[in-house]
Design a binder for this molecule. Structure first.
Ligand code: F6R
Length: 365
């Protein structure tokens, strides 16, 4: 049931603080270490891994892009992220030293399942991140990490995404500690930071009325852009997908530095550009990219960390997320974008929970 919410999508956005807490805290032992009951990878097996592939579709693929960042940073193993429907036709180099991480909310996406089987045949070890216990992908994997998001009904994925990101951080922390590539203090610090993201997501949700105003300002446009750098580029991709699928506004995501290599030609008077500026080390850069589009007439909406008021000089509207370690900002930055897409869809009278042409689980190629 929708438990009093107008749509499942809104309900599921609101369930994210709980999803984050459940996925993390139920897996911490009394001493605060991550215990992963369904992952049997030994230290020796982990030492043997020379490469990781993350394979998924759609929103799960975007979570994988964040996962790459976490694994490369903490575990220091090279990671490639691929769209499942491309992976198996490319004949990727996969062997018994490859770990393939499959990400799928439903656990039934056909292309993703086929990629799993392809990699398995080549000898890879398969670890899946899924939300559905006993799904095909869970059953065919060597190791399973369940996102404890609860059932996701709305076609547009929201709480699955944030819990997938948390799952990646936990897997990366777990591996890094086991392999001795991260000291315990840093490990504990990051876990504490992840714990705090749940309350911070709630703080974002509590400011929803500001996001309604942003939605009203852009709802009549035919197209728009999302800009970000580093982890914020991944969020831009996910924000763009949400906007397209529920509100039918054509949006595109750009790595902000890439814009001037062609696509900036599309910016016209009033074109909405949502710039995500959560990464401290890239803050000045993204602000200057916002300036570039502003100078060409764009209507700029910025998503920034509290206190970084400098964005107000370049943005027409600003939404502040609570202060957060840049490393973990992806858990937060997506939430205002989910809500903006939701409100645009509602304002336009779209069928939010069942957008046209879409199915919840894609079991055809
Ligand atoms: C977008 C969305 C899709 C799914 C994709 C993969 O909101 O829901 O892009 O993320 O179809 O689905 P799963 O995760 O079930 O494999």
């Amino acid at each position: 049931s929708k438990a009093g919410y107008e749509h499942f999508m809104l309900k599921e956005i609101h369930e994210q603080p709980k999803g984050i807490t459940d996925t993390l805290e139920k897996r911490l032992d009394e001493k605060g270490f991550i215990k992963l009951d369904d992952i049997r990878l030994t230290k020796e097996q982990l030492e043997d891994i020379s490469k990781v592939y993350v394979v998924a579709c759609g929103t799960a693929y975007h979570a994988g892009l964040v996962g790459r960042y976490a694994i490369e940073k903490f575990v220091k193993i090279p990671v490639e992220v691929e769209i499942a429907s491309e992976f198996r036709y490319r004949d990727p180099f996969v062997d018994d030293k490859t770990l393939v991480i499959i990400v799928s909310q439903s656990g039934e996406t056909l292309d993703t399942l086929a990629a799993l089987r392809h990699a398995k045949k080549k000898g890879a070890r398969i670890l899946s991140i899924t939300n559905v216990v006993g799904s095909s992908i869970a059953r065919e994997s060597d190791d399973v990490f369940y996102t404890w998001a609860g059932p996701e009904i709305a076609v547009a994925s929201t709480k699955a995404y944030t819990t997938q990101i948390v799952s990646f951080y936990m897997i990366a922390l777990y591996m890094a500690l086991k392999l001795g590539r991260m000291d315990e203090k840093e490990y504990k610090r990051i876990i504490e930071e992840i714990k705090l993201t749940s309350g911070k997501v709630q703080q974002i949700i509590d400011q929803d009325s500001k996001l309604v105003e942003i939605a009203k300002a852009i709802m009549d446009r035919q197209h728009g852009f999302f800009l970000g750098r580093g982890l914020d580029y991944n969020t831009a991709m996910e924000g763009s997908l949400k906007m397209k699928e529920v509100s039918y506004i054509h949006t595109e995501a750009f790595a902000a530095g890439e814009l001037k290599h062609g696509s900036i030609a599309l910016i016209e008077e009033g074109t909405p550009v949502i710039g995500i500026a959560s990464q401290e080390n890239l803050f000045e850069k993204i602000v200057s990219n916002m300036k570039e589009v502003k100078a060409r007439g764009a209507f700029v909406v910025a998503i920034a960390q509290e206190g970084n008021t400098e964005v107000e000089k370049v943005a027409d509207m600003v939404f502040y997320i609570p202060k957060v370690d840049s490393l973990l900002a992806s858990i937060l930055t997506v939430v205002p974008l989910q809500l903006i897409a939701y409100h645009v869809a509602v304002l336009k009278g779209c069928d939010v929970d069942k957008p046209r042409n879409l199915a919840k689980s894609v079991t055809v190629e």
